[in-house]
Design a protein. Sequence first.
Length: 758
Amino acid sequence: MAKRPTVTKGNPKTHFKVSLVQQPDFNGPLSGYVFDTAGNLLAQADIANGRLVLPLSEKVLSRTRLFIAPKEAGADNSKLMLSTMDRLGAYEPVLRDGDAMIDEIMVPGPLIEDWVLCRCWVRGRVLKADSGGPVCRARVHICEVEKLWRWILRLPELDLLRLRDDFLRVVEIPPLRRPPRPEPDPAPWDQKAPWSEILDPDALGPQPEPPDLPAIAGLGPRREFLDVAAMTRLSPQPEPPGMATISATPIPLPMPPHTMARLASASVQLVREALIEHAALILPYLCIWPYWWTFRCNEIAVVNTDALGRFEETIYYRCDSDKPDLYFWVEYEIAGSLETVYHPPIPCNTWWDYPCGTEVTVRIDDDRVPACDDEPDLPGCVVQVLSIGRTVSMSELQGDGTPVAQQGLTTGGRPFGGKIEPRVWFSRTTLRDGKSIHYYRWSYRRLTEGDGTPLAVPGSWTPLTRTVVRHFAQLTAGGVSHPPYTLGPKPVGAETNLFEIKPADVPPGAIEWTVLDEREDLASGHFETHKLGTGTSACAKALDAAGKYQLKLELFKSTGALVDWTAEGVDLQMTNIAAPFGTATVTTTSAPAYNRVTNAAGHTEAFSMVIRVDNNCCRARVHPVGGAGLVSTACGFLEFVPGASAALSFDAHHPNGFATFRFSVRRGVSAQVHRATASGRVGTPSIPTNDVTPPVRAYTLTPPSHYQESFPVGELLGPCARAAYSEALHVWTLTTDGYHRLSGLDSFDHDGFALTPP
């Protein structure tokens, strides 16, 4: 029978002897860690002079798991988990010998040899994906991904052979196709409105992105990864043109004959050994094999970003092992609760063999997460109009000096829609305290029809009335809360719908102003263009309300009196660099006369800008194939005679031409019939190209939106005697809300046909 361990009465404690006799030269610090059956850490105690004293009774210990492992200097025990024990190579003794508990723990020598820990400094930054601005107060989870060889080791036999087959299929290094990175769409324009109130369900379909999206960097050095976060939250998307090809590091060919022999072997053990031996060669392909995304990821630290979006942590790993493979995911507090805002696929975003001290950059594309750039209190007496949303600065809004038809569009030719949010900075201390200018107001009026035809009489001025808030942090019994400070609308004197210029000082009891949601905390107003117009559907409203709109920004005294900017010495400025501003220095220039509303004395009374609003829905329709010499059969085939031709036609429509389209034809499963492809701006002839053989032919346009072209059947059949075809038409809106293209206005249609001789 084993000796019973020493048990202290009163406050229950259990004593064990810990023997390192098999490796007596080891002198590193050791600890004992006790976990319950659910994996929660119950107790931790250092081992001193060969003894371990645990603050638990023998009865409690009998239902737990005890581990002996090196002690991580400075480690936070609250973060220790069962996975930590595996990472440290911990020893788990069998505590009972029959009915009795042992009193001495003999640690095996081979384990002790590996108990030398190395430090690894992990650091990084969390930034906004589009602007590059830092994200503060983000919660970063640092996880260690299991070693690839361990993952291969635990694969069931059937899965192992499937992995072998996948590996052999790519060992010749074909081009690796990557999925398109979708442009992040905002929630419906007003995030609180359901889709049914905003968009016709008939307008929805598969939503690919148009061909002018920027390409993504492909796989290169080990620390460059595909940003495919959206792949985990989107349904399969139709492939837009311009798919990039990823170049992987070439595998030396031919592979050694003995390796190929083992991979082709019927022996599961030999296959497993060969895959483990060449595990590094599998890494580039794991990202494009979603069905193998079964990696385990053990959390080893949770840290918060500072005011510059930075984070850091020191972790430990066994010196005899590879450096840790690290994966990062991020949470952010939204509406009082932590929400996951970055959690991309592990194989595409793991830092394999993380080089300690290398800065990790995490880019967040969630609209709810703001950058840490709160509006400043400008020196002097200035009002700076910065941008519409995040991506359109005042320098990118076409105005004076451009053709009338282009005024109100972005420099890229895009109209505006959804909820428009102008960003404005004020010299708050000087305006509020020095000149008692406490309020502002945005108003709008319509100038033209949807096609740009001027109205006989411009519409009347209508103030913006949606609530504007700024959040601030304050201490509460439960921690820190972030209540809103309402800027307006509010009545002041004889005026209504005024908004307060945010005070420089925070409310009583507050810690600081905070930016919790950039679409709320950085907007000076909310122009809800999708609510304009009349009609029973969103598309009908949009058709009725499209056109040029003038917006003006006025200032008011604390009494509600309208401010004469010139008389008060208020300088009106506009940005003169492109957005998003990112980390660049934002410069401004004095606003021209085009952007000023003046009184009879020629004094400035308001800022003015004209924007083109167009929330119109796109329409896509593919027509059945027709043509001379084609006969439709009862089973749906089109029989052709010699000399027959097939007429392909479709409608790509936008009421005012603010959309692009692509029509594609595929033969069989994937063969693109390039000659029958069509693309361009809706309402204009399609664009012919000569970069493929045979060259792409231009389709004939019958205004306003019907496209048609005839092709000899032989051109469509290519090398085939008979074939089936799919036709897909995508129509993409150009409309932006200053953050993203409003892809909810896109349209998609498809059809198919089959050609066969009689």
